[in-house]
Design a protein around this ligand. Structure first.
Ligand code: ADP
Ligand code: MG
Length: 297
């Protein structure tokens, strides 16, 4: 009876070793966290070799987003962009390299979209009181706000920016989330993350395929006005998807809804006609173009 026992032992030992190795190799973890950044929710779900490594990566991504919020936010007055927005008319100031890079990129898109996209819409946001209760501006006020928007409002000149009009300011609302997702992506790549799904207020960044055996992350696109219905389903792999519409964020004046996306050329809020989803490998580009194409119609 000793031999079968020995035999069993000889057979079982390698099996145990293989099982242990398999266990070691697949000892990976899915980790998830949802937080609040840039005035909206940021959800990150990712795969990492260990739970600790996963939590560390998520923490790093959240930190990167918070850091950029400290550069771009116009909802507080201590950021680089908020300071730029306060400079006196006619004055030029030197921009910190990061803000300069981002603004150069964003304003470049203004030229490429013939002004449909332009973050220099602050005067119009104020004219329509889009951050408050909402108001329909009088014609004179509207004309003034159009003049204080777009290329006539602010200009970049090398590493300097000049404010040209009273009441003009730059709003990062249309590209801030995209820029932040790009930073978060860099942080995750640096820490070796290959499989992750980030949802930043509806803008998606899908890294990898969504787990072993999957051929992409499944991402629903909500119906533009019946938000709880799915209008389309995307399968994304190393892509970002940004959606713009005006049925979710708007103000109501005398029973009429005015969306938060403006046509800088007419100075008027774009009618709620549907939504645009743009898929791009660069989340910044997806964010910019979804806004631009919604305005174009
Ligand atoms: P969301 O925040 O819903 O994802 P967007 O990315 O499209 O929407 O950005 C909307 C914000 O961009 C607005 O709240 C406004 O501050 C600003 N904005 C409005 N119209 C334009 C425009 N034509 N070009 C650039 N920014 C705009
Ligand atoms: Mg956008």
């Amino acid at each position: 009876m000793r031999r079968p026992l020995l035999l069993t032992g000889l057979v079982l030992a390698p099996v145990a070793l293989v099982l242990a190795l398999a266990g070691f190799v697949s000892d990976d973890a899915w980790v998830e966290r949802i937080g609040y950044r840039m005035g909206t929710s940021l959800g990150i779900r990712l795969n990492a070799p260990t739970r600790e490594a996963g939590l560390e990566a998520i923490e790093a991504a959240f930190e990167r987003v918070a850091r950029l919020e400290g550069v771009l936010s116009t909802w507080r007055d201590d950021t680089d962009l908020a300071r730029l927005n306060r400079i006196p008319v006619g004055h030029a100031v030197r921009l910190a390299p990061e803000l300069r890079g981002i603004l150069t990129e964003a304003l470049g898109w203004s030229g490429r979209t013939e002004g449909a996209f332009d973050p220099r819409v602050g005067a119009l946001v104020d004219a329509w009181d889009l951050r408050g209760e909402g108001r329909v501006p009088e014609l004179r006020g509207l004309e003034r706000a159009v003049k204080a928007s777009g290329p006539d409002a602010f200009q970049l000149d090398g590493d300097r920016a000049i404010r040209l009009r009273e009441g003009a300011w730059i709003d990062a609302g249309s590209f801030g989330k995209g820029a932040a997702l790009r930073d978060a992506h860099r942080a995750l790549v640096e820490l070796g993350v290959t499989d992750a799904l980030l949802d930043f207020g509806g803008q998606i960044l899908a890294m990898g395929a969504g787990g072993a055996g999957a051929d992409g992350w499944t991402v629903p696109v909500a119906h533009p006005s019946r938000r709880d219905e799915t209008a389309a389903t995307l399968r994304l792999r190393d892509r970002s998807a940004a959606t713009s519409g005006s049925s979710e964020r708007f103000v109501t004046v005398d029973g009429v809804r005015y969306g938060h996306l403006l046509d800088p050329r007419s100075g008027r809020p774009v009618e709620a006609w549907g939504s645009v989803t743009v898929i791009a490998s660069d989340p910044f580009v997806a964010d910019v173009l979804s806004t631009a194409l919604f305005v174009v119609g």
